[in-house]
Design a protein around this ligand. Sequence first.
Ligand SMILES: O=C(O)c1ccc(O)c(O)c1
Ligand SMILES: [Mg+2]
Length: 647
Amino acid sequence: MRRSIATVSLSGTLRQKLEAIAAARFDGIELFEPDFISFTGSARELRQQAADLGLGIDLYQPFRDFEGMPDDLFRRSLDRAERKFDVMQELGCPLMLVCSNTSPASLGDAERAAAQLHELAERASRRNLRIGYEALAWGKWVNLYRQAWNIVEKADHPHLGLILDSFHTLSLRDDPMGIADIPGERIFFVQMADAPLLAMDVIQWARHHRNFPGQGQLDVVTFFEQALLAGYTGNLSLEIFNDVFRETPNRRTALDAMRSLLFLESECKNRLAARAQEGTDEARAPAATRALQRLDLATPPAAQPLGGFSFIEFGVDEATGQALASTFQALGFAHTGRHRSKAVDLFCQGDIQFVINTQPGSEARQRFEELGPSVCAMGLVAPDPVQAANRAVALLSARHTSPLGPNELQLPAIISPGGAVVHFVRAGSTLDADFVAPVPRAPAPQAGGLTHVDHMALALAHDQLDTWTLFAQSILGLGAGESLELADPFGLVRSCALTNAQRNLRLVLNVSKSQRTRTAQQVRATGRSGGGVHHIALATQDIFATVQTLQAQGVKWLPISPNYYEDLLARLDLDEALVRRMQTLNIVADVSPGGGRFLHAYTEPFADRFFFEVVQREGGYDGYGAVNAAVRMAAQENAHQRASAGQ
Ligand SMILES: O=C(O)c1ccc(O)c(O)c1
Ligand SMILES: [Mg+2]
């Protein structure tokens, strides 16, 4: 299919937008009229620039408030259209988008609307142009694709067809299932947009909060599959009005855009293949088969069920490495290995492997120079690591190869947004082969009963959230969970959780909505890349024993206000003796309606950057203790102020 994107979706001047769109290998653009009006060159020059970049100008949009007008206004609009047709011919653009009328002057008479669109299509046909009619969710009379299709059918002109936009249909919770019954050749264009579910006015939602498929919560796969079942073979296009995209570097946005289309195509292809084979849907099976035969939908290697974190690697300098090693040992990690050929150390506890990399000149070290102490790489368990990396590359991740020492294994790896390396490793494999027994630097600590990494939380710059969400969904196969706003003493932090179906790989993405929160300060401190690890949560089956043991080894737990425990007693039906024990150990709690319970405690931050959390999940608890985040952030701020005052 031809892949295109509306110019409104990206930041920059029109010229810069075209360059970013071409670099991401799109076939064409939807030219958003305001972008053309403010363009400094002529239509012919734009046509040439686009052609030089290998881009077609596939759609001119939008043409507003046309159909269903009183006669005098209709005549004036025809003149307006003829002028736009002149421009389109100069641009070499074959199709105009007419969106449903929002004018108070318009009349709700479908016959009139059809007759007027017929006339417009007739005028367009004289110049070999075509008209596509789109239902806007807030059109005065026409909001639904069925209404728009009804008018297109009535108008009955070969140069008039329907334009579908997933946002308008799905935002109104209209049923897309009827789309498959529309003749595919009468659908002239399909615009795709996803969006988070927000309770707000639909115009505001549409003009500020759309995002790419795979970044939101609308069922865009079902929508697009319906168009394919209808027999649609035209453009697969993105039209995204998004306040953050307007300021995000447009090369990244364009790559995300292409990734989202490849992902959408492959998801639809899987659906169609299932429909064609299973015989579960007799009525649609032939249409699914035809669509698969006709279309060259993207086919990345299949998604795999990833396991959890195999290892997490920290890139630091020697001094920070020493401090981190002490922290790990206090947390009950044994120093089990020294790398054969590099300044790299391995610390283990349960199934957790932490790596400290201080190798001068290494990428880990470069990352430290750029970001400060952070996670530079991680290993994720995959049934077939090579295929997992190949899927990521097919979905536009950069492949990563590291310089190998003697006898070292090359793990398939890719670069995640922001630059950390993601390695894929087989279940049960360890890093031991690359490491030898270290010279003991300190008496071995007592293990703290930590078993595995429960989740990793990242602090991201605000324009990285959508990029990360798409990466996590399309490449790591995670699904979006709760998205919450948490109150820091100096502003709100949005926290979005993602997890896989097996619940053994969990990520939390934090973005500060204020410039003044600790999260925002940490993100700023990481410089250009904007973001890094925020905290790492480690699981235990006995948090009381763990916290006590680790405290005795020097771990400093974040002090929680006594008021918190009084509130806990009032709020939750917890045993008082239990709560008092929690209080002595600074353990906090959450419960879920289904009877699940979450007990957790936070360490004081490491180097003012990230912290560790110890967590105990019980009874199917599936969240992250977000109710306690405000208390945690206030406690961190108090600790920070105390530390600053003490200096
Ligand atoms: O917000 C708008 O006005 C607008 C214009 C054109 C479109 O295709 C659309 O989906 C929305
Ligand atoms: Mg649209």
